[in-house]
Design a protein around this ligand. Structure first.
Ligand code: SAH
Length: 494
């Protein structure tokens, strides 16, 4: 099986830079051995104007049989001959994807010390593969590659040129053209070739989910065929597919959050009070949360959906908070929090009080058990409503801290933000915003279901008509209070 990657260039940006990007010298022919045969890399052309790298994988049918995977889709599985005579040596399948990863590992990661700016920027690329087995035909090939910015030429290969009446085979001759970063292009191929072939040569284990998400970073989450890609890539293992889809959804969520961190919240804060220097709402919110935590006597605190760590930073300033754990689903947010809090340069005593960890609040997590308090500051509205019961159970049912502080926007207040167009939510990623009534109803039910008591605290200017901009609920486990009530009742009876 065979694949070519070509690019064009000029004297300022020679096409032969492709050699640096692929980490393979244009003047050499190199051989790499893979588990299924040798992969050769060479350059049929290499000039300033045009450069083409070719990857030729010589599949060893005997090696395939030894590994028990000789059953090509074309042959009857129990035919002895089909073990040796099948399409695998000629068709671009998951074997080619594995060869891509073996031979172009650094290029796939986008690493290129010699030409970093070329690796980071789109190049004019042309990729040619003479035989791609495509279940779903040329139409599916287009549906997979076109949304990624490729111009696709997918021509069905006739089954046998001497007998045109037999019609087309399931192979297409594929040419992709586009301006993309090389690493992106390689990742598209790495994921989509096996998806088109739809017959993986190896057992799909759970770590394939990680691999898919890594290789799909930046393009899979928004792809219109995301479900088909995920399901076929994971060999239709339903539980893995489900897990990957969930994580893609969370990644998409986190991206949206990261791109606009509190910008709108803080921007509209300026409108609150123009007389004196206004205290941003985000600051007022953190103050209100700290007050509630101190009143509860909490020392060990979880900040769930900690984002970029602003509240964690405030908690650190007060020594009564002896253990502070920030949790977020977004690695990017956690990275930013690490940088902002200077975790790596912090003195040992301080550093011993704080920990950041990745986790999703949509799943129960034993690491979160046994804390004095948990904060969900401006987090619940980032989850789709149908996911909220899962968060509710994970926090109030499973982790069960003594105190839970939840803040969320009060949608009624939105009419007071002059910069916010009518009917808009405050942040592009808010899945909903509640009225005071809606929040009270939700909080009341959560408290009842999980044995908490709840009180509500306004945050920001409490408008007589529409209420405060932020609403806060403080939940406390009812057990201690219930005992008091019972005693009081007994005393009353006595
Ligand atoms: N608590 C911070 C950040 C709020 S933004 C503050 O008050 O400023 C919402 C945060 O919730 C984001 O950082 C987002 O990554 C995180 N988040 C959204 N859904 C999540 C989930 N299911 N699990 C964990 N974190 C989540």
């Amino acid at each position: 099986m065979f694949l070519t990657i070509s690019t064009t260039g000029s004297s300022a940006a020679p096409a032969t830079d492709l050699g640096f990007l692929l980490h393979k010298h244009p003047e050499k022919t190199q051989v790499f051995s893979t588990s299924y045969g040798d992969a050769h890399v060479f350059y049929p052309e290499a000039s300033e104007q045009r450069c083409t790298a070719a990857l030729l994988l010589e599949v060893d049918p005997v090696a395939l049989v030894r590994r028990g995977k000789g059953k090509g889709r074309g042959g009857a599985p129990d035919s002895a001959l089909a073990q040796y005579v099948n399409d695998r040596p000629y068709a671009a399948s998951s074997l080619l994807a594995v060869a891509l990863r073996t031979v172009f590992a650094s290029a796939l990661r986008g690493v290129c010390d010699a030409r970093p700016e070329r690796a980071a920027n789109p190049l004019p690329l042309r990729i040619g593969i003479p035989a791609v087995p495509a279940r779903g035909g040329a139409a599916l090939v287009r549906r997979l590659f076109e949304p990624l910015g490729w111009t696709v030429e997918a021509e069905p290969v006739v089954l046998d040129a001497q007998f045109p009446a037999w019609g087309d085979s399931r192979y297409v001759r594929l040419v992709l053209e586009g301006e993309l970063r090389l690493a992106e292009a390689l990742r598209h191929l790495y994921v989509l070739l096996p998806v088109l072939d739809d017959a993986k040569h190896y057992w799909v284990s759970p770590d394939e989910v990680d691999k898919l998400l890594r290789m799909g970073e930046g393009w899979l989450a928004g792809h219109p065929e995301q479900r088909l890609i995920t399901s076929r890539y994971l060999a239709r293992r339903w539980s893995l597919t489900r897990q990957a889809m969930d994580r893609l959804e969370l990644a998409r969520l986190a991206e949206a959050d990261d791109s606009e961190p509190e910008a709108l919240d803080n921007a509209v804060d300026e409108e609150v009070d123009t007389e004196e220097k206004p205290v941003p709402l985000a600051v007022q919110r953190r103050e209100a949360i700290l007050t509630a935590l101190r009143a509860a006597g909490a020392a060990r605190v979880l900040d769930l959906g900690c984002g970029q760590g602003q509240l964690v930073g405030e908690l650190l300033k007060d020594a009564r908070f002896t253990e502070i754990v920030g949790v977020d689903v977004s690695m990017r947010a956690l990275g930013e929090a690490t940088r902002r809090l200077r975790l790596d340069r912090m003195g040992d005593r301080r550093a011993a009080r704080v920990r950041l960890m990745q986790g999703s609040l949509a799943y129960t997590d034993t690491r979160l058990k046994g804390y004095d308090a948990a904060v969900l500051s401006e987090v619940v509205e980032h989850l789709d409503l149908p996911r909220l019961p899962a968060l509710e159970y994970a926090v109030f049912g499973a982790a069960r801290p003594t105190t839970v502080v939840v803040t969320t926007p009060n949608v009624e207040y939105n009419v007071r933000w002059e910069t916010l167009p009518a009917g808009h939510v405050r942040h592009a990623d808010h899945r909903f915003e509640w009225t005071r009534e809606e929040f009270r109803t939700w909080a009341g039910e959560v408290a009842r279901r999980h044995g908490y008591e709840v009180r509500h605290v306004p945050v920001g200017p409490d408008d007589p008509e529409v209420g405060p901009p932020t609403q806060m609920a403080v939940f406390t486990t009812a057990t201690t209070t219930t005992t008091t009530v019972t005693t009081t009742a007994k005393e009353a009876v006595a």
